[in-house]
Design a protein around this ligand. Structure first.
Ligand code: G1P
Ligand code: ZN
Length: 543
């Protein structure tokens, strides 16, 4: 074995986005592309020497290839130990759990989350720090700086490892252990929730469907739901991780988890349905004939946290990303705890969780989590709901309706316009920003604007300032529009419009969501000129 120093030149497009570096597989397959980025990570953290990392991914195409390269590079850079998920598999929440449990220096997660996979799909690399969470902006900015000036990287010429067998070996001076990707995570879940109550729910014939979308959570769901909780194996759908996700778009929402949705909305459907995304950090929750919006889910979990053993002692606080509906704020107010509003992306929750300011946090984009790790956690959310269903004996629909009755309902939807010409999308946002000072007190589509701004966040723990995190337009009656461009897409630009309207009157809670939001949807188009500028008459995706 020998360590080789390879000369290279920078790629200018290696700026991490909302969640790591995401590109088409073909971009990552270019010579030196992955290597440059990995070396940039090591350079940005003062070298890998003496450090310990977990490495794994969502099993998508190029996952194993990338892991072999990273093992050789981490060894050549002097890492003292590497923990690799067997078969290269590690869900994002499991990776976070392992970093924390084994007190590692960090982790490299190979995933493009909910983006499609396969040779023509997407790939991604995300670096997590020692608290188990995504690298904060200061670190991702340093990684980008390093990537922009890289001249060389180190790599061992050691042969590929067999990732299919658990066990320990040594590469250069580095101890490399292939580990069971599931057990640490499953143990953590068992320590949080009332598994006895959930087991007894299943033993009474409670029916559930869980869709792993041919992505990473299949083995986790099998161990936890079937083996430890006694659910029948037939409750699992698409539970084998596949390199191309079987052609699925592994994003758990009403559009892409179609089969699951059909089952839950059929006659005599199951009591409970759930799905998770490519890397296992997102969740969708369904009841029989009932969809729970992720924003509502966060609020419901917060309001019922006392039913879960781990959270019985009370919540320190709640945080939600800015575009997420303000349903959780009402619960925080009721509980007399703080509710923090952060920019989009899980990395902004890390400091608040580390400082003990918050216990639960979530995003409208099907992400929910707590201080048990530093990532959002799909199966955790599913287990939380199962725990609530077991403890209350209520249906999903009843729990949510009771919640609306108590706190009022936040009608909420996100409209995505995908693959836009980046120049047109940028101009739309720039012009909207320029218009902000003139909007106050104007009436648009019958709604009066109370306040409009460009969201800027000052981290309450380290004072770091993040600007331009989305344009917010507040109307009377707690209605709100938010506009921002996606930071995770790989094709053109995606405009996200977040639409929210608060309805305290429960006689109006049955209105169809898009109908309740109609005046706001019209206002969004008038203010941002979406149709005129993009030529799009409908969003590509409504969630
Ligand atoms: C999207 C979501 C965001 C989430 C991220 C990673 O980012 O909107 O909430 O944290 O994926 O899962 P975006 O594409 O909007 O930048
Ligand atoms: Zn994900």
């Amino acid at each position: 074995m020998a360590i080789k120093e390879i000369k290279t030149t920078p790629f200018k497009d290696q700026k991490p986005g909302t969640s790591g570096l995401r590109k088409k597989v073909k971009v990552f397959q270019q010579p030196h592309y992955l290597e440059n980025f990995i070396q940039a990570i090591f350079n940005a953290i003062g070298g890998a020497s003496g450090k310990t990392f977990v490495i794994g991914g969502d099993g998508r195409f190029y996952n194993s290839r990338a892991i072999q390269t990273i093992i050789k590079m981490a060894s050549a850079n002097g890492a003292s130990a590497l923990y690799i998920g067997q078969n290269g598999i590690l869900s994002t929440p499991a990776a976070s759990c392992i970093i924390r449990k084994h007190k590692l220096s960090g982790g490299i997660i190979l995933s493009a989350s909910h983006n499609p996979g396969g040779p023509d799909g997407d790939f991604g690399v995300k670096f997590n720090i020692e608290n188990g969470g995504p690298a904060p902006e200061q670190v991702t900015e340093r990684i980008f700086e390093e990537a922009c000036k890289i001249e060389r990287y180190l790599i061992s010429d050691a042969p590929d490892l067999d990732l299919t067998v658990q066990g320990e070996t040594v590469v250069e001076q580095t101890k490399v252990e292939i580990i069971d990707p599931v057990s640490d995570y499953a143990d953590l879940m068992e320590s949080i929730f009332d598994f006895n109550a959930i087991r007894s729910l299943f033993s009474k014939g409670f029916r559930m469907k869980y869709d792993a979308m041919n992505a990473v959570t299949g083995p986790y769901a099998k161990e936890i739901l079937v083996k430890r909780l006694g659910a029948p194996e037939s409750c699992l759908m698409h539970a084998e991780p596949l390199e191309d996700f079987g052609g699925f778009h592994p994003d758990p929402n009403l559009k892409y988890a179609k089969e699951l949705v059909q089952e839950l909305f059929s006659d005599n459907g199951p009591d409970f349905g759930a799905a998770s995304d490519g890397d296992g950090d997102r969740n969708m929750i369904l009841g029989r004939n009932f969809f729970v919006t992720p924003s509502d889910s966060l609020a419901v979990l917060a309001s019922n946290a006392q039913f879960v053993p781990e959270y019985k002692k009370g919540l320190a606080g709640i945080a939600r990303s800015m575009p997420t509906s303000r349903a959780a704020d009402k619960v925080a107010e009721h509980l007399g705890i703080s509710c923090y509003e952060t920019p989009t992306g899980w990395k902004f929750f890390g400091n608040l969780l580390d400082a003990g300011r918050i216990t639960l946090c979530g995003e409208e984009s099907f992400g929910t989590g707590s201080d048990h790790i530093r990532e959002k956690d799909g199966l955790w959310a599913v287990l939380f709901w199962l725990n609530l269903l077991a403890a209350t004996g209520k249906s999903v629909e009843k729990i949510v309706r009771d919640h609306w009755h108590k706190y009022g309902r936040h009608f909420y939807s996100r409209h995505d316009y995908e693959a836009l010409d980046p120049d047109i999308a940028k101009k739309l946002m720039d012009d909207l920003r320029a218009k902000l000072p003139t909007l106050k007190n104007t009436t648009v589509s019958g709604l009066q604007v109370r306040h409009a701004d460009d969201f800027s966040y000052v981290d309450p723990i380290d004072g770091h300032v993040s600007k331009h995190q989305g344009i917010r337009i507040f109307f009377e009656n707690e209605a709100r529009l938010v506009f921002r461009l996606s930071g995770t897409g790989t094709v053109g630009a995606t405009l996200r419009v977040y639409i929210e309207h608060y309805e305290p009157d429960h006689s109006k809670h049955d209105m169809p969501v898009q109908k309740a939001l109609e005046p706001l949807i019209k206002a969004a188009d008038i203010i941002a000129e979406i149709k005129k500028r993009t030529g799009r008459y409908q969003p590509d995706l409504i969630t």
